[in-house]
Ligand binder design. Structure first.
Ligand SMILES: Nc1ncnc2c1ncn2[C@@H]1O[C@H](COP(=O)(O)OP(=O)(O)OP(=O)(O)O)[C@@H](O)[C@H]1O
Ligand SMILES: [Mg+2]
Length: 250
């Protein structure tokens, strides 16, 4: 991904389809997505429940495989990568915030954040990894819970641990599935401001969300409906963004 130049898209998606096998036959959750995402873009993906947001995020992060189509990220063909290569690539280059957090229950919050560093063999000794984990937890305002197990903190706090973990290896690309879905507005604002700082530092963020106020303030808004992108806009101002988002969700 480091090879990517800013005059080229970071992500190119072509004819992407995803079918899930169901007892009633194949169900197409994505029906042909074409998309280019540029370095430094802050993209919000809006759409009703069941529209295909999580499915698209799972494709972009290589967590699940497309049925048809291509996904290129930083010049690499994600759709063709072997499982092992995909896992290593994701560990180094991508931060993922899952809709359901997916923290390891036996590890403390700090250890959850250290895990991707450990997998990628980065940030030195466990002591240094721990210090970095605490910094990341502090950025989302939960350093005080660093040494607790996930079960011993609230849902919103677990969500913030998941965000800190996604940032563990300083990823070029952050994909977040409703990262503020369990947060009160003040905490959601804090998370959003961490994301804004990342974008200011040149990172690319792709965020599925139901939060209109936040969606209105990103650089690009996509609207997905029944597995297709039906709108793709770059609002010139938060006011225009708000107007757009309100129309999309209407
Ligand atoms: N493993 C699966 N098997 C069968 N169908 C699935 C599977 N996962 C998702 N789907 C279906 O695919 C469609 C898209 O689901 P997806 O989870 O991507 O929606 P979403 O936009 O993320 O919704 P939400 O806002 O509720 O999170 C839905 O109709 C869902 O029922
Ligand atoms: Mg979802």
């Amino acid at each position: 991904m480091s090879k990517g130049k800013s005059n080229e898209p970071l992500i190119v998606v072509k004819g992407l389809q995803k079918a899930y096998r169901t007892p009633a036959g194949d169900f197409y959750a994505l029906k042909g997505i074409d998309l280019e995402i540029w370095p430094g873009e802050f993209v919000a993906l809006l759409g009703r429940s069941g529209a295909g947001k999580s499915t698209l995020i799972n494709m972009l992060t290589g967590i699940d495989r497309p049925t048809a189509g291509e996904i290129w990220i930083g010049g690499q063909a994600i759709h063709r990568m072997s499982e092992g290569k995909l896992t290593r690539w994701r560990g180094r280059e991508v931060g993922v915030v899952f809709q359901s957090f997916q923290l390891m229950p036996m590890l403390t919050c700090a250890q959850n954040v250290m895990l991707p560093m450990d997998f990628a063999n980065r940030y030195g000794t466990p002591r240094r990894q721990y210090a970095r984990a605490r910094e990341l937890l502090a950025a989302v305002d939960i350093a005080m819970h660093a040494d607790k197990l996930p079960a011993a903190v609230s849902g919103g706090q677990r969500q913030r641990v998941a965000i800190a973990r996604a940032l563990a290896n300083d990823p070029t690309f952050l994909a977040a599935d409703e990262p503020t879905g369990n947060l009160d507005s003040r905490t959601a604002e804090a998370v959003f401001s961490v994301f804004q700082q990342l974008v200011a530092a040149g990172k690319t963020i792709f965020m599925a969300t139901h939060d209109r106020d936040l969606a209105a303030r990103v650089s690009r808004v996509l609207h997905i409906e029944d597995g297709l992108i039906v709108e793709d806009t770059r609002p010139a101002s938060p006011a225009e963004g708000y107007e757009l988002v309100a129309q999309m969700e209407a």
